[in-house]
Design a protein around this ligand. Structure first.
Ligand code: NDP
Length: 335
């Protein structure tokens, strides 16, 4: 097999969305243990923005993107368990997904059940597996648990909300605009609060009849961190898992004691799927929920792969709802 050409989004410097360039690259044949994939759908995530902006510095040049779905078009030496034409998907700790075709170690791939479309998979691998570990392993949400979820109409937030409901939780969601109130409600929030309009702490107090939340899932970071702590009951769990508004401030351990022996964690998906059996078990649980119609994948926006910069701008400007997907070889624009 000879090297061939593929198109990709590349950035050569950190910066705003303008640094994302559409380039033609040479793709070598797959190496030992690798398969070559032709992407059919690529997930866009806030982490792609951290990579691009330099909040999470990358070695340059870099192709952004951590999750995608596609079909196997070539097998490297020593690959077992995959065949040509097979539909697969992945989420990776390393970037490189915003391209038409790529090589990837087979150990990162999961086979797609017939019931899961490529687009659903591209919207689920990073965001859905994040919901899985946050709700089942970072903090074990049990029936009746009173949970607070930030950005509840977003990519991760939509799935977190639905999955929390599937576990029997009582869910309060927070959104940033009137238009997103209804979206978050549809995902299953019992109550939706509007940031900037509602008194979040008092609303949580009323909803929980004074007990406060037992766990807060905060992906917004800088703007909401302190208030999230105020929403917790003694011995509650603060899950700070993102920086959409910037990284949260430093906090002294004594501050956690003062607020009632709180727990604080700053988890990352990649530490929860580092082992192959963890990845497979989490993906199985996620696909089963989709098949059972307890988890609906809401793709709110689609863009042609070449339009990735516009997808980044919309995500950064809080203009998106649900998941955002890039489609290679299409003229797709906003859904
Ligand atoms: P979202 O679709 O949730 O988009 C981010 C949302 O955050 C916005 O739509 C907006 O919702 C809200 N937001 C609040 N303040 C700001 C701000 N100043 N700028 C931009 N957005 C803001 O993105 P993703 O689903 O891709 O990711 C959600 C979060 O989860 C991110 O913080 C990401 O880093 C984190 N994450 C963490 C993982 C982990 O393992 N630690 C794994 C995956 C994601 P609204 O308008 O309703 O306020």
């Amino acid at each position: 097999m000879r090297a061939q050409a593929t198109n990709a989004i590349v950035f050569h410097e950190h910066g705003d969305a303008e640094v994302l360039k559409w380039e033609r690259l040479e793709l070598p044949p797959p190496g030992r243990g690798e398969v070559q994939l032709r992407h059919s759908a690529i997930g866009v995530n806030f982490i792609d923005i951290y990579d691009r902006s330099g909040l999470y510095p990358r070695a340059l040049p870099e192709i952004p993107g951590r999750e995608a779905a596609g079909v196997v078009v070539a097998l490297g030496a020593g690959v077992r368990g995959f065949k040509l034409g097979q539909r697969v998907a992945y989420v990776l700790g390393a970037a490189g997904a915003y391209c038409e075709q790529r090589n990837i170690p087979a150990r990162h791939l999961v086979k797609l059940p017939a019931a899961i479309s490529d687009e659903q998979a591209a919207a689920l691998m990073l965001k859905g597996l994040t919901a899985e570990y946050l709700l089942r392993r970072t903090y074990r949400v049990r029936p009746g648990a009173q949970v607070l979820i930030h950005a509840a109409a977003g990519g991760v937030g939509s799935l977190l909300t639905q999955w929390a409901r599937a576990l029997g939780a009582k869910v309060m969601g927070i959104v940033g605009s009137e238009a997103k109130l209804e979206v978050a409600k549809r995902q299953g929030c019992h109550q939706v609060l509007l940031a900037g309009r509602d008194d979040i702490v008092e609303s949580v107090r009323r909803f929980t009849r004074g007990k406060m939340a037992e766990v807060v899932y905060d992906s917004v970071g800088k703007d909401t961190f302190k208030e999230s702590l105020d929403c917790l009951r003694p011995r509650g769990m603060m899950v700070s898992f993102g920086n959409a508004s910037g990284p949260p401030p430093a906090i002294a351990p004594l501050e956690l004691a003062r607020r009632g022996s709180l727990f604080l964690t700053r988890p990352s998906l990649f530490d929860y799927i580092a082992q192959r059996d963890e990845l497979e078990a989490a993906a199985r649980a996620m696909f089963a929920l989709v098949r059972a119609r307890k988890l609906r994948v809401h793709v709110g926006q689609r863009y042609a792969l070449a339009d990735a910069a516009q997808a980044h701008r919309d995500l950064e400007m809080r203009r998106t709802v649900g998941a955002t997907v890039l489609v290679p070889g299409s003229a797709a624009s906003r859904a």
